[in-house]
Design a protein around this ligand. Structure first.
Ligand SMILES: NC(=O)c1ccc[n+]([C@@H]2O[C@H](COP(=O)([O-])OP(=O)(O)OC[C@H]3O[C@@H](n4cnc5c(N)ncnc54)[C@H](OP(=O)(O)O)[C@@H]3O)[C@@H](O)[C@H]2O)c1
Length: 244
């Protein structure tokens, strides 16, 4: 229960990796603000955080809308742990990428974390510190056909992670990122199963991850156990890429 007394905001916690992180943080004693858009799935995850032992509450917001991001920051209140997890990944060759999809990747994967850090870090600093974990992807560093916009939006988030680690260190705020490989979630469930398996085949472990395996790394970086770690991007990708 090393996170008891702390409040965590987990974006995109109504499904997949975010859901697993929310439940795991509650198990460590944190009170969790479960963010998403789907209130029904949000309520179910709040129930799971309560089963894990801590109170939770749902906060809805569309993170592609900057006004809604700022409203979420207000509604979340005093946050000690921020997990920027909500994200979108649409795999399309550059020739087929539309302006709308370009904006969607940048708004959700890059701008929303930026606005949340800008809004919430001052409060963390006033209360003596906090931790931030950004969820990136292996595609940010391993060139993956069709993942251009996704990779660019997350590569920006990775560099922001390093800059924020430097900027906020004196205020007692650590900032890290996790870069998952292929992980079984509702989002990847919508993809062609063969594509996910093909990506899994490029890992040394030759399999898709479960969301709980990624959540373990996120929660470690957010916890006091990682007290001397800031500015890193931790790969949780089964040893990707491994060829042969
Ligand atoms: N799964 C993988 O293989 C994989 C690999 C590497 C990195 N990642 C990264 O891990 C993170 C989570 O991925 P996942 O596969 O767990 O996702 P997922 O199953 O698709 O779930 C996405 C989550 O983000 C929320 N979300 C989507 N669009 C939103 C919007 N416009 N405003 C607010 N919330 C929104 C969804 O909320 P609602 O459904 O309630 O709207 C949901 O909670 C993402 O950043 C992704 O890039 C995933």
């Amino acid at each position: 229960m090393e996170m008891s007394g702390l409040t965590a905001l987990v974006t995109g916690a109504t499904a997949g990796i975010g859901r697993a992180v929310a439940v795991r943080l509650a198990g460590e004693g944190a009170e969790v603000v479960v963010h998403g858009r789907d209130a029904e799935r949000g309520a179910a995850v709040v129930g799971e955080t309560e089963e894990a032992g801590r109170r939770g509450r749902f906060a809805g917001a569309d993170l592609t809308d900057s006004a809604d991001v700022l409203r979420l920051a207000q509604e979340a209140g005093d946050v000690d742990v921020l997990i920027n997890n909500a994200g979108v990944y649409r795999f399309l060759p550059t020739s087929q990428m539309t302006d709308e999809l370009f904006a969607l990747h940048m708004d959700l994967n890059t701008r929303a974390p930026y606005l949340l850090v800008r809004a919430l870090a001052p409060g963390m600093a006033e209360r003596g510190g906090g931790t931030i974990v950004n969820v990136s992807t292996m595609a940010a560093t391993v060139p993956t056909k069709g993942a251009g916009m996704y990779a660019a939006s997350k590569a920006a988030l990775e560099q922001l992670t390093r800059v924020w680690a430097a900027e906020y260190a004196e205020e007692g705020i650590r900032v890290n990122a996790v870069a998952p490989g292929p992980t079984r979630t509702p989002g990847t469930g919508d993809m062609d199963a063969a594509v996910l398996e093909a990506i899994a085949a490029t890992t040394a472990l030759r399999r898709v991850a479960e969301p709980e395996e990624v959540a373990e790394a996120v929660v470690f970086l957010a916890s006091p156990r990682a007290s001397y770690i800031t500015g890193v991007v931790l790969e949780v990708a089964g040893g990707r890429p491994a060829i042969g």
